[in-house]
Design a protein around this ligand. Sequence first.
Ligand code: HEC
Ligand code: HEC
Length: 353
Amino acid sequence: MRIHFSVLLPIVLSLLYSLNPCLAHADTGAMECVIFNEDGRQKVKAPLGLPDLVIPADNLMTPEKIALGEKLYFDKRLSFDDTVSCATCHDLRLAGTDGGAVSTGIKGQKGGRSAPPSVNAAYMDTQFWDGRAPTLEEQAKGPPANPIEMGMPSHQFLVDKLKGIEDYKKRFQAVFGGEITMDNVAKAIAAYERTLLSGNSPFDRFRYAGEEDAISEQAMAGMGLFVGKARCVTCHQFTASHALFTDNNFHNLGVGFDTGNEKPDLGRYEVTGREQDKGAFKTPSLRNIALTAPYMHDGSDKTLEEVVEFYDKGGHPNPNLDGGMMPLKLSDNEKAALVEFMKSLTSSDIPGS
Ligand code: HEC
Ligand code: HEC
């Protein structure tokens, strides 16, 4: 029996879409993801070097929800005076950072910390330098009502503003089956952020795809130091199957504790109140590090060379300095190799850039 092409085509297409709902909305630009189900859980297929991302059961992804989150992420109307969006401080061309030592919100106001990358933030066990938000959903509720960042008088104020925009009313109805709420604003943004995954760097191709010439000999020497003499891997971890370059833990390196700084940021201590957490910050991932200068929670190191000098000296002395910090006695060649290795963690595939 001969089956006519016009009968088969819709079947093939719907099969394709059910495998990859992202394809159905390829026009939105947010859809470089691949959503699939495994072991009863929804996951996003990760790029080389990263683990597939498990999606929380209470915020499953759909192409429409991702597209709504993308629109919100880039929309300056989320700020009080329509001047600042999430993307202002988390620019995807800079792997989701803003290039400043600290961030600048509405009316030119400066915050106290550097913007960490939104790209790959989905892999963090907690959000913010001090881990005060447990999920991307909780994190996304922070900036709109932060007086320095987006400056909305309240969450309700933002919700009412969005309710006055016809396109949002329709889209929230379609995605969540109801009126706009702050929880659903946060859910849509978080769903979009779970598509901002970036791997497949030269390092990943070398380590996880067996491409022996993907990184230079100098970078290879740097990798040897990273896992050996320089001990970086104890906190910026990677395994045989993937590399997050973070232990998802908090450490005091003494950043901000240089002489002259009277009131250093106490970081994790502000969340836990535990003495030993004074001055501890979350280990950031080193992915796309060539794009995310300046470095550290206060942007105090302008270049990767400065970061390596900082570690070579063993950080800044203070009562809670992490036990893993000590002078490394690296030669100039070794310092250069470490920098070269870190550059190889930078990907040319960053979603949205
Ligand atoms: C004015 C600049 C600014 C704006 C606007 C802004 N952020 Fe941030 N973002 C920051 C800074 C600074 C931090 C770190 C603050 C801290 O750790 O206390 C941060 C932290 C984060 C983190 C945590 C990443 C990690 O690894 O811990 C995520 C995710 C994030 N922002 C997403 C967003 C989203 C989504 C929006 C829009 C709703 C947004 N940001 C708006 C500056 C900004
Ligand atoms: C004891 C754990 C630990 C060790 C060991 C360690 N790091 Fe870090 N690293 C951190 C933490 C925590 C931060 C953030 C500190 C802060 O801002 O206060 C950080 C920040 C960085 C940053 C800045 C990242 C950014 O986004 O701003 C770079 C680059 C870096 N480390 C590279 C290295 C290198 C290279 C080594 C080895 C020489 C190393 N680290 C060893 C925990 C560690």
